[in-house]
Design a protein around this ligand. Sequence first.
Ligand code: ADP
Length: 265
Amino acid sequence: DASLSIFARASHYGIRFTLLLISDKTEFRRLDEVRRDFVANISHELKTPIGAVGLLAEAIEQAADDPKMVKHFADRLQTEGRRLAGITREIIELSRLQAEGALTSFEKVSIDDIISQAVDRNRVVATTKNVDVTVGGESRTFVYGDAGSLIVAVDNLISNALQYSPNNSRIGIGVTRQRDCIDIAVTDQGIGMTPDEAARVFERFYRTDQARSRTTGGTGLGLSIVKHTIQNHGGEVRVWSRPDNGSTFTIRLPEATEYPHGETP
Ligand code: ADP
């Protein structure tokens, strides 16, 4: 038992270590709370679609004579199925990132490529909403990391920007060099959020009231995944936002300054 062994050590070394014991116990309790919250949240998030799947299957059975209604319920069943698959995928991804705490593959990757692939993944939604997505700033910058997870992280910021923005608005993606770091900022003209909300958006399952009241159901896991990915790369992610005035999410990563194969930046 961790706290017991710390106590044993504390009494062995005398009074100075009592403080260590207290802070360790608090950390222990905090982690336990976080873990319990996570399980409670997962159960809550899964209950709704699982319940819906059962009800929709029943509805299909009862509507067997009415092909139109069968089709209607079957469509909704597919939507709930996709939602369940999405939540499960995100939970597994988040657990993987938290458990590994480090990266599996680590190579020199081009920020230009990361951004262009992340933008490509959002092209259909951007066109549908007639949102203009522009990329600017520093080009030919590099970081060390896992290209796949970095694309997912930037993709998440862009898809959020699209999701929480009105039609016919603009999204700007800007790359800047800050001393030995590279900043990737994604700015939208969307619903924004209060400082209190902004302080919580990286928590697992957290969604603002405004986001919850929208029909497009997210999970509140996307930004936790971004945060863990970027932390695993030795970087950080921040948000600046004001209600009804849009948001800027910035990913900061250490710049890759060595060019092992002799190429110039
Ligand atoms: P999801 O989008 O699936 O709900 P995320 O973890 O990606 O989950 O985001 C958490 C919450 O942060 C969202 O529900 C929303 O309330 C808020 N949010 C994220 N990105 C933006 C944005 N660009 N503009 C306004 N609110 C945002």
